[in-house]
Every structure is written in structure tokens, then in C-alpha cells.
Design a protein around this ligand. Structure first.
Ligand SMILES: [Zn+2]
Length: 135
């Protein structure tokens, strides 16, 4: 997945891309925390659109997985929203977290109102293979 062309601007000791899986345990609106199956607590760092996903009750009800990098002590930086790096686990499958407006047929990756009709979008996790084709 890494594509480094030209001079590498990233230091060689930059963390490898990792996947973490567990339950979101923070109170809504407070600093996002993930507790892994091993019982390890990680502070999640993310961009504002991703933070909105981490605060979504529909996401918090499920097993969550994120792709990113470990940062500092006990921290994990989730990849930017456009990388579609957040998943829920259903039946052992990691499904990309997406939101869908049925009226406008518009898909987004952060919860909230549809940019078109201003209705609340539906939580619609889906197969990463479909996402790859959608590009
Ligand atoms: Zn809409």
C-alpha cells in the first residue's frame, strides 16, 4: 500500500502501518479511547471528520477497527478520512464505515446531514471491495 516516489520525506523510523481492533470506550465528546481484545487502552488521534465517526453511537455499538500508526505512548493516529481507514467488524469481516443518503444517492465517510437534502445520512458499512470499485 505504501507508495514512495521521489525523495523520501518520511524518516526511516516512521511507524509501520498497523491495524488495531477493539471497542470504543470513551464517553461521547471526550478523547476517543479504544480497548483492544488484549485489554490494551489506546488513545485515538484523528482528523475532525474521523473524530465524528468515533463519536457515532452506531459505530460505538460494534467492534471497531482502524488503520494508522502508533504515536507516542499509548497513542494511535488513525489515517486521514479520505483513506477510508475505519471499519466495523461483522461476521469476522471488516466493513468500511460509510454513510449513505438514499434520497440523493450520495455516500460520505463522516456522519451528519446530507450535503444535498440536509437529511440525516444512514450508517452503511460496506465491503471494502465495493469501495475499491467505487473510485
Ligand atoms: Zn440527501
Amino acid at each position: 500500500m505504501l507508495c514512495l516516489s521521489g525523495p523520501a520525506l518520511v524518516p526511516a523510523f516512521e511507524g509501520e502501518q498497523e491495524r488495531v481492533r477493539g471497542r470504543l470506550t470513551h464517553a461521547t465528546g471526550s478523547e476517543p479511547m479504544l480497548r483492544t481484545a488484549d485489554g490494551i487502552g489506546l488513545r485515538l488521534l484523528a482528523d475532525p471528520e474521523s473524530l465524528a465517526v468515533l463519536d457515532d453511537e452506531r459505530v460505538r455499538a460494534e467492534v471497531f477497527e482502524a488503520v494508522g500508526r502508533f504515536e507516542g505512548t499509548g497513542g494511535f493516529r488513525v489515517d486521514p478520512i479520505y483513506k477510508k481507514a475505519m471499519f466495523v467488524i461483522r461476521g469476522g469481516e471488516a466493513l468500511v464505515i460509510t454513510y449513505w443518503c438514499e434520497v440523493c444517492a450520495i455516500r460520505t465517510y463522516s456522519p451528519g446531514k446530507c450535503q444535498c437534502c440536509q437529511e440525516e445520512t444512514d450508517f452503511d458499512p460496506r465491503d471494502p471491495a465495493l469501495e475499491a470499485r467505487a473510485r
